[in-house]
Design a protein around this ligand. Structure first.
Ligand SMILES: [Zn+2]
Length: 498
């Protein structure tokens, strides 16, 4: 008789793909799930998970959190795969090499970055495989305007080189470069279509917000899907659509119904976070989003930005410094309803937009755990998936059938659906997002009565509670709600060569 490495015994096992929802055991050997059923043979490690939900670990398509410290917060929120797809990085080979050399607690992967390729081609920025290079140059006017045909050629060849190195798609931060010719965007989408990978877009401003924009941000994504046939993934549709969410989703829904490949994602918070030097945070443009300087909290000092003068000062001194941007008030029922519309849109996935940690002084070694005091981030970094469960699968009590989506559908949008969106070109995604024999043992075990996000805008790095065990490729990274210090079983996730 084969002896399993681990058996998760007596939990409520939910697999949104097969519809399995039953009390049973899950056996793991090596890196995979080997058997699911009742009364499975004893294992070397027996975990009694009665009363808990056992399901596929969450797959986050939108994570800017790159180091071990930040990714441990993600694991404590049930994440087993964290992908940097919206901003992307370049060269992706350097990013994969660095992550592989250091080790990661969860699986990782990267899209290539249109913004960084553009910074290189238009402004001569030297690329190093890190997001920090984008943030450091976010406010430089040189990369935000028109590019010449020769420069566009340089951008496309950098993107092609990264795709050949296994990039999962093309991240397009076009909302940060409002002077870009819409035709350049179509060329990037055409390249993605040819390579068979998705694009991941932070949309340009909507016409309602910035009437002078070269093209409406939602129309631009829909047009690219229609004209090029590319799979266009619409990132954080909540934070770029805000109160215009119905118009944007109607547009997307009609294009989907007509056969365009457009997918959407949202995160369950009313505030955003980005570099303070972003084009749309210029003092003269805050009014477009009904913002005041005081709606911004600057992460390095924790200060509420007091005035336009202070905003100008911070943008000049530290353009890549991260800032919380309060758009919607989660406590206001009308604003919460707006937020829920983006989360409950058919097939929309939950994706966090998790951010790097900002430290007030020297950055501690990334292996230091427990996390030292003082780090600041957006609460979505630590709390997105637990919060989605509370908002979408609960009416205040335990998570279950109640709430706007219910438990199984919320889980489907947190694991299976993101895996399916990438599966065409990323073989690993055919074995993830599912609790089935033969699939990777990326598993989250949580208590439906107590699972809850704990991170707030004031205490942004507080881990979620109720996430009891997390396994990545068969290795336990969270045991009894605590990080297992040496566990770095994360593997690279890449597109297959063509
Ligand atoms: Zn974004």
């Amino acid at each position: 008789m084969t002896r399993h490495d681990i058996v998760l015994r007596g939990g409520r096992v939910i697999d949104p793909e097969t519809g399995l929802d039953a009390i049973c055991d899950v056996a793991i050997s090596g890196q995979g799930i080997t058997e699911i059923g009742t009364g499975l043979a004893p294992a070397l490690t027996e975990l009694d998970v009665a009363g808990h939900v056992v399901t596929a670990g969450f797959i986050d398509l939108h994570s800017h959190t790159a180091d071990v410290a930040g990714l441990r917060l993600r694991a404590l929120d049930g994440v087993t795969t964290a992908l940097e797809l919206e901003a992307g990085v370049s060269p992706v080979a350097m990013a994969y090499r660095q992550a592989g050399a250091e080790g990661r607690p969860v699986n990782y992967g990267f899209a290539t970055s249109w913004a960084l390729a553009r910074m290189e081609a238009v402004a001569g920025v030297k690329l190093d495989g890190r997001l920090g290079t984008f943030l450091a140059n976010i406010a430089a006017p040189a990369w935000q305007g028109f590019a010449s045909p020769m420069e566009i050629g340089g951008i496309l060849s950098r993107l092609s080189a990264d795709l050949a190195d296994g990039a999962i798609g093309i991240g397009v931060l076009i909302g940060y470069a409002p002077g870009t010719d819409p035709d350049e965007y179509l060329q990037v989408a055409a390249l993605a279509a040819e390579a068979g990978v998705p694009t991941f877009t932070h949309a340009r401003d909507l016409a309602e917000l910035a009437p002078a924009a070269l093209i409406d941000g939602a129309e631009e994504i829909v047009r690219a899907a229609g004209e090029t046939g590319a799979h266009m993934h619409y990132c954080h549709i909540n934070s770029t659509s805000l109160r215009h969410i119905d118009r944007v989703q109607d547009l997307v829904g009609r294009a989907q119904a007509a056969g365009s490949r457009i997918s959407t994602e949202a995160y369950p918070y009313g505030a955003g976070m980005t570099g303070i030097g972003a084009a749309f945070l210029a003092p003269e443009r805050l009014g477009e989003r009904d913002l005041l300087p005081t709606d911004l909290t600057y992460a390095p000092t924790g200060e509420q930005v007091a005035s336009e003068a202070r905003l100008r000062e911070l943008r000049a001194a530290d353009p890549g410094g991260l800032v919380i941007v309060r758009h919607l008030d989660q406590e206001n029922p009308a604003d919460l309803a707006v937020l829920l519309r983006s989360l409950t849109f058919p097939d929309a996935v939950i994706a966090s937009d998790a951010m790097p940690l900002t430290w007030p002084g020297p950055v501690p070694d990334q292996m230091t755990w427990p996390l030292p005091d003082g780090a600041f981030t957006h609460p979505r970094t630590a709390g997105t998936f637990a919060r989605a469960l509370r908002l979408l699968a609960s009416a205040g009590g335990p998570v279950g059938a109640a709430g706007p989506l219910g438990l199984t559908e919320t889980l489907r949008r947190s694991s299976l659906r993101p895996a399916q969106l990438l599966a065409d070109r990323v073989p690993a995604m055919r074995r993830k997002g599912r609790i089935q024999p033969g699939c990777d043992a990326d598993i989250v075990v949580f208590d439906p009565a107590t699972v809850r996000d704990q991170a707030t805008y004031q205490r942004s790095t507080r881990p979620s509670t109720g996430i009891r065990h997390v396994l990545v490729n068969g290795t336990v990274v969270v045991a009894e709600g605590e990080i297992v210090p040496g566990a770095l079983p994360g593997k690279p996730v890449r597109a297959a060569p063509r």
